[in-house]
Design a protein around this ligand. Structure first.
Ligand SMILES: [Zn+2]
Length: 191
């Protein structure tokens, strides 16, 4: 993972030091005190409901057939609700009619924290250059990817009584709920 080599405050070399019970990249310079905490970055994700269907989009950088939620970073001085509405507008041209929190999800692989909202949307779809194509999927036909934002979709579907079906993105095969397997493993570890 790319990271800092030099202190952004004083220009001295950074070194790995034990701080607050973890190894941290910190400034070796006396009187500086800079620590690169490397905390997870919040990411906004939208389960977009449009004309009674869920909107999935394929990022222009992704391979064919790989669809996911509309996501984006929060801007400084912006509420997450306003941020998710802005991202939706920028990426699809749709207007958010309502924004409701679904939940917060780990995405440790990318050192991110997903804040997922259900967004009811209206308007006419026009994709930004970032997105290659979109799909509108009926909730009862939804198949869920086993990663970050997929769990937000699963929770949204489950809360409304829709089937919750996961699939493996590599093989395309149906798989059992990965969270059940993880909970079982956690329970075993704790015993
Ligand atoms: Zn420094």
């Amino acid at each position: 993972m790319p990271t800092y080599r030099f202190c952004p405050q004083c220009g001295d070399e950074l070194m790995t030091l034990p701080l607050s019970g973890r190894e941290r990249l910190a400034c070796a310079g006396h009187d500086c005190g800079f620590v690169h905490w490397d905390n997870p970055l919040p990411v906004l994700a939208a389960v977009v409901e449009y004309q009674d269907k869920l909107l999935l989009a394929r990022n222009a950088a992704w391979r064919e057939g790989m669809f996911a939620l509309v996501t984006g970073f929060l801007e400084r001085d912006e509420t997450p609700e306003a941020g998710v509405a802005r991202e939706l507008k920028e990426e699809t041209n749709l207007d958010a009619e309502s924004v409701a929190l679904i939940g917060v999800y780990e995405f440790m692989r990318k050192n991110e924290l997903i804040i997922a909202y259900h967004v009811k949307a209206s308007g006419t779809i026009a994709l930004s250059d970032e997105l290659a194509e979109y799909r509108l999927v009926a909730p009862e036909k939804m198949r869920i990817w086993n990663a970050g934002t997929g769990f937000a979709v699963a929770d949204w579907l489950a809360a409304r009584g829709y089937p919750v079906r996961f699939f493996d993105r590599q093989t395309g095969a149906d798989i059992p709920d990965p969270r059940a397997a993880r909970a079982e493993a956690d329970a075993t570890t704790l015993q």
